[in-house]
Design a binder for this molecule. Structure first.
Ligand SMILES: CC(=O)N[C@H]1[C@@H](OP(=O)(O)OP(=O)(O)OC[C@H]2O[C@@H](n3ccc(=O)[nH]c3=O)[C@H](O)[C@@H]2O)O[C@H](CO)[C@@H](O)[C@@H]1O
Ligand SMILES: C=C(OP(=O)(O)O)C(=O)O
Length: 426
């Protein structure tokens, strides 16, 4: 199994290219199921999750053709064509590898009138049920049956527009609802919709495919159903979580980096909190510049749905705040078990106490390298960030988590001056 070795203490400099967003890619790919015409996605990141989604689409009979690069863009171009679906079953073997697989439910149901999708089950960060996805499909007229670990959704006469009011904000359920509603008969109103930039990216892509969606980016989304959608070419938005993660790398390692391709607007409150912690963050012509200006200062953070502070940045901020002057409080409100990095950071000398949903981070003057491993993607990244600052050698094990969400991680960081390499155990 591969591991990453980091020898810490080298400030970062230069440029780091920001890839297309994993969480946008994973909802744009299933959108291709909604039409028999090709959907060409540009700026698609090279990630294990994108490959897994490709396999899932292929087993539904959908073709995925990688067409190389486009000049001036980092990611790949993929043309996805769902000319004909050979099966509407999304099997356990693929869904268990990647929760986002559940995003085929809405598009399969809308296109084929039926879908049988394995329940994704829990994962390292929490229980993560899909009840809201199912309620949304029911609100559009689907009949749902859950048996033997599978959701079977059917609609005898096709989906019909309706009112969906989510009791809590869910990114995935909003995405599934949108993808089902675009082919439902009549109007759908989604209340308490997620407002994440990835939702806006999905809605923009669906509109480019002929859908009629309004209000995306607000809590109320209105969809006028269409009888069919057509093909389109669409560029995946830049990854705001990857950009935020490398900004935190400047926070732990020091130095100054331009995050090329990053979008300051979608970083939102993350940029504000980076500044509160003492970093300089400003837009450049090609992205965002982040500069270390002295010791990181303690701050308090509570994770919330967008436009609040993203849960997907909590672990990376914790690594940075572990080295801050003063005591920070981090409160995780989205997932019940998202502190798996705490004991690993402690092995590197961090002083963090968790009580219920809140972690109290007492800043220390230095961290020391250690053997560490994490059980999820962002937790793994927090260990890399700590390793960049730590004295001596840090070995991050189980890095397949990182490959789910960070394209060319070692190349990007070593290109900015970090001493980091991937080694294989054989
Ligand atoms: C592929 C992708 O885009 N993943 C992101 C997506 O995950 P995902 O879409 O799974 O996250 P949700 O926004 O749905 O989850 C928010 C909360 O709602 C709960 N919930 C969700 C659905 C449901 O049917 N019932 C229910 O109770 C979840 O357990 C969680 O507590 O948004 C999360 C929150 O920003 C991010 O951390 C993930 O990176
Ligand atoms: C939790 C994440 O992803 P997923 O929803 O795919 O598990 C993440 O990107 O941090």
């Amino acid at each position: 199994m591969d591991k990453i070795i980091i020898r810490g203490g080298r400030p970062l400099s230069g440029r780091i290219a920001i890839s297309g967003a994993k969480n946008a890619a994973l909802t744009l790919m299933p959108a291709a199921i909604l039409t028999e015409e090709p959907l060409t996605l540009r700026n698609l990141p090279r990630l294990a999750d994108v490959d897994t989604f490709g396999h899932l689409l292929n087993q539904h009979g959908v073709s995925t053709l990688i067409e190389g690069h486009r000049r001036g863009e980092f990611g790949r171009v993929m043309t996805i064509k769902a000319a004909r679906l050979t099966t509407t079953l999304a099997p356990y073997d693929i869904v268990r590898k990647m929760r986002a697989s559940v995003l085929v439910l809405g598009p399969l149901l809308a296109r084929a009138g039926e879908a049988t999708v394995s329940l994704p089950g829990g994962c390292a960060i929490g229980n993560r049920p899909v009840d809201l996805h199912l309620k949304a499909m029911e609100a559009l007229g689907a009949e749902i049956e859950v048996t033997s670990g599978y959701v079977k959704a059917t609609t005898a006469k096709g989906l019909v527009g309706g009112r969906i009011e989510f009791p809590i904000v869910s990114v995935g359920a909003t995405e599934n609802a949108l993808m089902a509603a675009v082919l439902a008969k009549g109007e759908t109103v989604i209340e308490n919709a997620a407002r994440e930039p990835e939702i806006v990216d999905l809605a923009n892509c669906l509109n480019a495919m002929g859908a009629k969606i309004e209000g995306h980016g607000t809590s109320t989304i209105r969809v006028q159903g269409r009888t069919s959608l057509h093909g389109a070419t669409y560029a995946v938005m830049p990854d705001r979580i990857e950009a935020g993660s490398y900004a935190c790398a400047v926070g732990t390692a020091g130095g100054e980096v331009e995050l090329v391709g990053a979008d300051l607007a979608t970083l939102g409150v993350v940029a504000d909190r980076l500044r509160d912690a003492g970093l300089e963050v400003e837009a450049t012509e090609g992205g965002v510049r982040v500069k270390h200006t002295g010791r990181i200062q303690a701050i308090d953070i509570e994770t919330q749905p967008f436009p609040g502070f993203p849960t997907d940045m909590q672990a990376q901020f914790m690594a940075m705040l572990a080295l801050a002057e003063g005591t920070s409080h981090l409160t995780e409100t989205i997932f019940e078990n998202r502190y798996m990095h705490v004991p690993e950071l402690a092995r590197m000398g961090a002083d963090i106490r968790v009580s219920g949903r809140t972690a109290e981070v007492h800043g220390v003057a230095r961290l020391t390298g250690a053997q560490v491993m994490a059980t999820d993607l962002r937790a793994s990244m927090s260990l890399v960030l700590a390793g960049l600052a730590a004295e001596g050698e840090t070995v991050v094990n189980r890095i397949y988590h990182l490959d789910r969400g960070y394209e060319h991680l070692e190349e990007k960081l070593s290109g900015a001056g970090a001493d980091i390499e991937r080694v294989s155990d054989g």
